[in-house]
Ligand binder design. Structure first.
Ligand code: HEC
Length: 82
């Protein structure tokens, strides 16, 4: 059973923690504080707009290696809490 199936079962409680994990794994190396678009900037810009992140991921190289579900989980985390 893959992680995505597990994520579905335990949503939404698990998805927020997973979103952070996935983000740290796939995204943070280019979005650190000293980068052009730090994580805090992305969080502020995309607060409440997970669809916009999902949309962007289809056009940008960073979405290529991720499943739709992983992207959605990351998008939810990035646009939501904290
Ligand atoms: C290899 C480096 C790299 C990785 C990995 C990466 N990004 Fe980015 N990302 C960039 C760069 C560079 C830009 C700025 C592009 C621009 O403004 O033209 C960007 C822009 C963005 C934007 C749009 C910012 C805006 O101003 O609208 C979002 C959202 C984003 N990244 C999210 C992510 C997410 C989510 C991940 C992980 C799944 C990720 N990125 C992984 C380099 C990266």
């Amino acid at each position: 059973m893959g992680r995505s199936v597990l994520a579905l079962l335990f949503m939404p409680a698990l998805s927020l923690a997973e979103g952070r994990d996935l983000y740290e794994h796939h995204c943070i190396r280019c979005h650190r504080e000293d980068s052009a678009k730090p994580t805090e900037f992305l969080k502020a810009k995309f607060r409440g707009k997970p669809e916009a992140i999902v949309e962007l991921s289809k056009r940008c190289p960073w979405g290529r290696n991720l499943s739709q579900m992983e992207i959605e989980i990351i998008a939810e985390w990035l646009s939501g809490v904290e």
